[in-house]
Design a protein around this ligand. Structure first.
Ligand code: FPP
Length: 236
């Protein structure tokens, strides 16, 4: 069986789910947030170690202000209401992305949940918030330059090789394994600036199911299919 430590999901299709039922887009986001809990609980029970969910991208600020404001309020409510379930299920919460741009109350909720759950060792659920791979990569470069990390390499090739691990350690995901399985709901087949470095060798699964309808049966089927694949990581 393939090792499956880290699942990442691009949760797409909330807006279309709502529109298909003649409802406003924000109803889809609300339903989508509820599904975050369902899928997270299933992963915890099935001994997945890392689940990383794309909840708000650096590009999502370009949506109408009303929708962005709703998503911010939803996130605040989610973190406040769901905090007890992280403790009940011993789930470690992490956030990746440029959190510093969020409002102080939202940042406080994020940091409080991160620090109060940091000793849990089962599932780490990571929400990618104001996250974009390019932004993360640029911030990692900035960190490296600031720290002036010289690696004493003998040749440019050695320097670049050494920089690969220095670089991985400067990313938001420094303490996480690479993504094994990346799932995108909602019918599109693209990565949309999500975990470009970390998903270099991930198996990809695309489904037409809209995120609010994505359920644990479909997740189990995708995982079963993952286990039937052969991963060679560029070797033979
Ligand atoms: C895509 O749907 C989804 C997002 C913008 C981000 C995902 C957000 C959630 C699941 C809800 C909030 C999550 C938490 C944890 C509070 P879309 O609007 O792009 O759908 P569309 O492609 O059908 O328009």
């Amino acid at each position: 069986m393939q090792a499956l430590q880290h699942i990442a999901i691009i949760m797409d299709g909330n807006g279309r789910w709502a529109q298909m039922q003649g409802k406003a887009r924000h109803i889809g986001h609300k339903k989508g947030a509820k599904n975050v809990r369902v899928i997270t609980d299933w992963c915890a029970k099935h001994e997945i170690q890392f689940l990383t969910l794309y909840a708000f991208s650096t590009e999502n600020w370009n949506r109408p202000k009303k929708e962005v404001d709703f998503l911010m309020r939803l996130l605040e409510r989610y973190l406040r209401d769901e905090a007890p379930t992280y403790h009940e299920n011993e789930i470690k919460f992490r956030a990746i992305g440029d959190i510093e741009t969020f409002s102080q109350p939202l940042r406080d909720l994020i940091y409080t949940l991160e620090s109060s759950t940091k000793s849990y060792t089962k599932l780490t659920q990571t929400l990618a918030l104001n996250y974009g791979s390019r932004n993360e990569i640029a911030r990692a470069c900035y960190k490296i330059l600031q720290a002036n990390m010289s690696n004493g390499a003998q040749s440019p090739q050695e320097a670049v090789k050494a920089l690969e691990s220095t670089f991985a350690n400067a990313l938001d995901t420094a303490d996480m394994p690479d993504v094994d399985l990346l799932i995108r709901t909602g019918g599109e087949q693209r990565l949309s600036n999500f975990l470009l470095w970390q998903a270099s060798y991930a198996e990809l699964a695309f489904t037409h199911t809209l995120w609010p309808d994505f359920n644990t049966n479909e997740l189990a089927r995708i995982i079963e299919e993952f286990h039937s694949r052969t991963r060679r990581f560029g070797g033979l």
